[in-house]
Design a protein around this ligand. Structure first.
Ligand code: SF4
Length: 392
């Protein structure tokens, strides 16, 4: 297919595809799917080889958020029966992070629900970052605390944070449909504050919220312009008790096409398969490893993922390898630019939204109706905030 040849050539040269080319990827048929995956896989291997970076989420503060993000189980008025707790103590956070690192993770993502941190919260998280860094040489730490001021970003960087996550989630045109308590511009501003402080920016999206193909391409092109080092791609987990609970619109085939499109638009960026992979890709997860170079190990913020051991087996069975702590994630040209700006040189992140527990629907399926798989939505009952061992 000429389209795929063009996209591979551009991806290998780090050139931006046209919007029409990105839309055409989303419009490919199921008969063309393996060709699409193979083409995007060539771009993935050019910049990241067969390495898979593992990231581990620690939910520092769960639920009870005053914001109204429709996809989120922690939102204002959510009836989802998730774990709710206020800030984890430093020792508990360090122990949770240690479990993820022992399981093979390279980065720890410290996430807290809420609109944004108070200065006291930043102090608290800074102490946790320092403790995690002290206990685990070479670990990367990403914070995800909501809307951030420039001063707060500086303080997190000084404490040793490598990265900051804040997702755009959806297109600017539809942002007001999913959230009313803050704006798309607020989110862009936070990502820029993090970058200005020398933090590696991590910013991504949630697919499956009823958006059009144009919306998906819009948000991915906006992300490319914002130039984060990592882009988490979440697939909506339609939690019972949230406004988007009935939105089951994704098939494994569509999820793969979305990941391929993101890879073509952001060829040399850490593309992370985030929340919803087990729910929507199901037995097709290994194919996604040909598109993304990063996943979360184990559980998400408020939902449970497959066993960490199963993640590791999947990676090995598919012929990929877990990225070691001595390896720089990003290609040299990106890592060098980041190091020059004061960052750590190997980036990614999580997010108070996405990393796990979003909720809503998509349109325009080309491969039939999506399955409703409420049986795969498992509220997290172990790990941080509980007495049970974490999944790592
Ligand atoms: S995504 Fe973040 S800000 Fe929005 S409701 Fe959830 S926890 Fe609150």
């Amino acid at each position: 297919m000429d389209l795929l040849k063009t996209l591979v050539d551009k991806g290998l040269r780090r050139e931006l595809p046209t919007r029409d080319e990105a839309l055409a990827v989303l419009a490919t048929s199921d008969d063309e799917l393996l060709d699409v995956v193979a083409a995007a896989g060539r771009v993935r291997r050019q910049w990241f080889g067969r390495r898979v970076k593992l990231n581990y989420l620690v939910n520092l503060k769960s639920g009870l958020c005053p914001e109204d993000c429709s996809y989120c189980s922690q939102r204002l008025g959510s009836k989802a029966e998730i774990l709710k707790y206020t800030w984890l103590g430093k020792d508990e956070a360090v122990a949770a992070a240690g479990a993820g690192l022992a399981g093979g993770a390279k980065r720890v993502c410290l996430v807290a629900s809420g609109r944004g941190p108070t200065d006291r919260d930043v102090d608290r998280v800074s102490q946790t970052i320092e403790a995690i860094k002290e206990a685990n040489e070479g670990v990367e730490v990403c914070a995800c605390l909501g809307l951030l001021s420039g001063d707060q970003a500086e303080r997190l960087r000084t404490a040793g944070a490598d990265a900051y996550n804040h997702n755009l989630n959806t297109s600017e045109a539809t942002y007001g449909d999913i959230t009313t308590t803050h704006t798309y511009a607020d989110r862009v501003s936070t990502v820029q504050q993090a970058q200005a402080a020398g933090l590696s920016a991590c910013s991504g999206l949630i697919a499956g919220m009823g958006e059009s193909d144009e919306d998906l391409v819009d948000v991915v092109f906006s992300l490319r312009e914002l130039d984060p080092d990592s882009v988490p791609v979440n697939f909506l987990i339609p939690f019972e008790g949230t406004p988007l609970a009935k939105e089951w619109n994704l098939t494994p085939q569509r999820a793969l096409r979305i990941l391929a499109m993101v890879r073509f638009v952001c060829p040399d960026v850490e593309v992370r398969l985030a929340g919803g992979r087990e729910v929507h890709l199901r037995s097709m997860q290994p194919l996604a490893l040909h598109l993304v170079n990063s996943i979360f190990l184990g559980d998400y913020l408020t939902s449970e993922g497959q066993a960490g051991k199963a993640d590791l087996e999947m990676i090995a069975d598919a012929g990929f390898e877990v990225e070691g702590s001595g390896t720089t994630t990003l290609p040299e040209h990106r890592a060098g630019a980041l190091a020059a700006a004061g960052g750590c040189g190997s980036h990614g992140g999580g997010s108070c939204a996405p990393c796990g527990d979003a909720a809503e629907p998509a349109a325009e399926e080309t491969s039939g109706a999506a399955d409703v798989r409420t049986d795969l939505v498992n509220v997290r009952r172990r790990g941080a905030g509980t007495d049970l061992a974490p999944n790592a």
